[in-house]
Design a protein around this ligand. Structure first.
Ligand code: KIV
Ligand code: ZN
Length: 513
């Protein structure tokens, strides 16, 4: 039987460290459920000691998820490790992931510790953690730039204390595939008790090689766990992309000879959910999950694919969860059909009240848009207003005028709690005018960091527009997403959704490693 490759997802921890990608507890929980449907082996839910918000998020995920191991990051000290253990108490399977830097640069400049102090702290922390949890992962931060002799001593010591997984991070994305693979292989050969732990790779994408490095760590180095994130989300250029690693190992099973337990049909829904929640849009030509990943534009390719699919296709779009823009529901569809379609799409809404709210939105959309696709339904339930996020601001009506040679003008009616506001403004364009109208009443003082519009279903102007707005205020960064066939309305919805998050004080739970 082929060896298993463990998929460790860190979207909710390392991915979330990306500026602007921080999530609320409820958002993290929603993504964790999708990761469970995707059947990832380990979900790194956060960094429990980093904030009350992240502690609560890890705890909620640990109490909810049953089929994946739930993990919390912890610095190598007793306080962090105790917090992680406490947050993970309700987990069906828990893991504590503790780390300390081992490169000369980090030890001297960041930690201001000697080698011997770092070695001792690593040893003691793993001993302490092992008394609280049977599944302990240890990471030497900046491991790839560490002195191999010293690294071998640290790793041998922590395995002797009971670490069950040894993860070698390329923290700054400096590695190249052959060298990284060889580095892992050398460590495994030199550490006397190496076979007592599973070896793991954790690569950042600064040189665009995170996936290649991770795969080399597996193939050349013999690692059997890959740490990765959905859409490659992560600080700077991001982390190793889960979908690319999984599909590479699956599609090239002849080369890797490994099994992955992932339900690949859940990849695209996971990608959409993460993109929608964080506002980090997936580039169209991104492998596996980009809108063009399976689009054959050239006549020769189209002709070939029609004659025999494998002339130009190495994977099937439906295997990774792309639905073929099928019209699934329409104006006459009832609540039961809607509920069933949610189930088929793997969407779980908390309560009947949430289903009713989503159904009301569906009816409203079906009145204005004749064909409703799966993508529309996914956007509809991703809409903040049908979830538990507190909805203080609501768009009631929007009217705008724009004509060539004239300055656009918008009138907006919206509710702020019980109070109804009517506002109007000019602007450079209709979107600008609408948001300025809202601001003329609210004077939120928020700074806009990002505004983007995407068509939900590709290929037609009949598609809904999905707008993402990222706002910054008082040290917090939030994302709001709004969808509507009218992109000006979608923009106002997205803006109000972001203001709702700023208003709700729901703590953004960014974990900082
Ligand atoms: O990149 C890194 O070094 C990390 C560790 C905390 C595992 O994310
Ligand atoms: Zn990392």
């Amino acid at each position: 039987m082929a060896d298993k490759l463990i998929i460790f997802d860190t979207t909710l921890r390392d991915g979330e460290q990306s500026p602007g990608a921080s999530m609320t507890r409820d958002e993290k929980l929603r993504i964790a459920r999708q990761l469970e449907r995707l059947r990832v082996d380990v979900i790194e839910a956060g960094f429990a000691a980093s904030s009350t918000g992240d502690f609560e998020a890890v705890k909620a995920i640990a109490n909810t998820i049953r089929d994946s191991t739930v993990c919390s990051l912890a610095r190598a000290n007793d306080r962090d490790i105790s917090k992680a253990a406490e947050a993970l108490q309700g987990a069906a399977r828990a893991r504590i992931h503790t780390f300390i830097a081992t490169s000369e640069l980090h030890m001297e400049k960041k930690l201001r510790m000697t080698r011997e102090q770092v070695l001792e702290q690593a040893r003691q922390s793993v001993r302490f953690a092992r008394n609280l949890c049977g599944d302990i992962e240890f990471s030497p931060e900046d491991g790839y730039r560490s002195d191999p002799d010293f690294l071998c001593r640290v790793i041998e010591a922590v395995i002797a204390e009971g670490a069950t997984t040894i993860n070698i991070p390329d923290t700054v994305g400096y590695a190249v595939p052959e060298l990284y693979g060889q580095f892992i292989r050398d460590l495994r050969e030199r550490v006397p008790n190496a076979d007592k732990a599973i070896w793991s790779v954790h690569c950042h994408n600064d040189l665009g090689m995170a996936v290649a490095n991770s795969l080399a760590g597996v193939k050349i180095g013999g690692a059997r766990q890959v740490e990765c994130t959905i859409n490659g989300l992560g600080e700077r250029a991001g982390n190793c992309s889960l979908e690319e690693v999984v599909m590479a190992v699956r599609t090239r099973r002849d080369h890797f000879g490994l099994e992955v337990g992932i339900d690949t049909s859940q990849i695209v829904p996971a990608s959409r959910l993460v993109s929608q929640t964080t506002g980090f849009i997936v580039q169209p030509n991104k492998a596996v999950v980009g809108a063009n990943a399976f689009a054959h534009a050239s006549g020769i390719h189209q002709d070939g694919v029609l004659k025999a699919r494998d002339t130009y296709e190495i994977m099937r779009a439906e295997d990774v969860g792309w639905s073929a823009n099928r019209i699934v529901l329409g104006k006459l569809s009832g609540r039961n059909a809607f509920k069933q379609r949610l189930q088929e799409l793997g969407i779980h809404l908390e309560s009947e009240a949430d289903i009713n709210a989503a159904f009301a939105r569906f009816k409203d959309l079906a009145d204005r848009k004749s064909d409703i696709f799966d993508e529309d339904i996914i956007a509809l339930v991703g809409d903040e207003s049908v979830t538990h996020e507190q909805e203080h601001y609501r768009l009631l009506a929007l009217e705008q005028q724009s004509a060539t040679g004239e300055r656009p003008h918008a009138k907006v009616a919206f509710a702020a709690g019980e109070v109804e506001h009517h506002a109007e403004s000019d602007g450079n364009g209709p979107v600008d005018a609408s948001l300025k109208a809202i601001e003329s009443k609210l004077a939120s003082g928020a700074e806009m960091l990002l505004y983007s519009v995407n068509a939900i279903t590709s290929g037609s102007t009949e598609s809904q527009g999905e707008v993402t707005v990222r706002l910054q205020h008082g040290g917090r960064i939030v994302n709001g997403v709004g969808a509507d066939p009218d992109i000006v309305v979608a923009s106002a919805k997205a803006y109000l959704a972001a203001l709702n998050k700023l208003h709700s004080k729901t703590e953004r739970v960014a974990a900082q490693g």
